[in-house]
Unconditional design. Sequence first.
Length: 214
Amino acid sequence: MPCNCCEMENNTFTEDRARDDIREYRKRGPANQTRLILEAVRSLGLKDAALLDIGGGVGTIHHELLKDTAREATHVDASTAYLKQAEEESSRLGNQGRVKFIHADFTDVAAELPQVDVVTLDRVVCCYPDFRSLLKAASSKSRKAIALTYPRETWYMRFGLRVINFFQRLSRDPFRVFVHPVAEMESLLGGEGFKRTSVRRLVVWEMALYQRTV
C-alpha cells in the first residue's frame, strides 16, 4: 500500500542503487553487518521459523535464512525499486510463494501483520526519525527475537552523519540519517519484554540480538 515515506524512499533508494546492491550480493554475498544478523539469528537454533524483515532492501536476509532457518518470510519496504529486485531474486532462487512482499512504511501496516518468530532490521533504525514507534511496532510482531543493526554511538559516526545530512539539505533531499541513543533503544525493548543477549561491533555498525523473556 502507498505510504507517506514511500516517495522519499523511492527518491533515495533508486533503481540504480538497487541493481548495484543485488549485483554486489550475488558477487560477494551478504555485507559484513548483515552477516552479523544472520549469525545471531542462526545461533537461536530455530527451524521452520517465520521471519519478518523490515526495510529488507534486496532481500539478503530472507534469501539466506530461507536456506536453513526460515520456512517463510514477510518483507516490508518503502522502496519500490528494492522490492522489485528482492522479488526477482527470490524467484531466481526458487523461493516464490515463500516470501510476501509489502510496499509500505512498516509502522503504517504493522497492526495488519501476523506475529512471527524473528524480526530483523538491518540498517533501518538509522533511517527512521521516530525510532520509538518503529521498535515498539517491531517488538509487537516478534514471538522470540529481534536482531538489528544501527550506527555505532561514537563521535566519528555522529560527525560523519552530520556531514551526510548537510549535503542532503544542500540537495534539498528530505531523507536523513540518525545515530539514535542505544541505551534508550535497549530500555524501550526491555519494556516490551526483550533482553539484549548479544552485541557485536564493526567500525561503523553495531548488531544487537534481543530475545523475548516474557
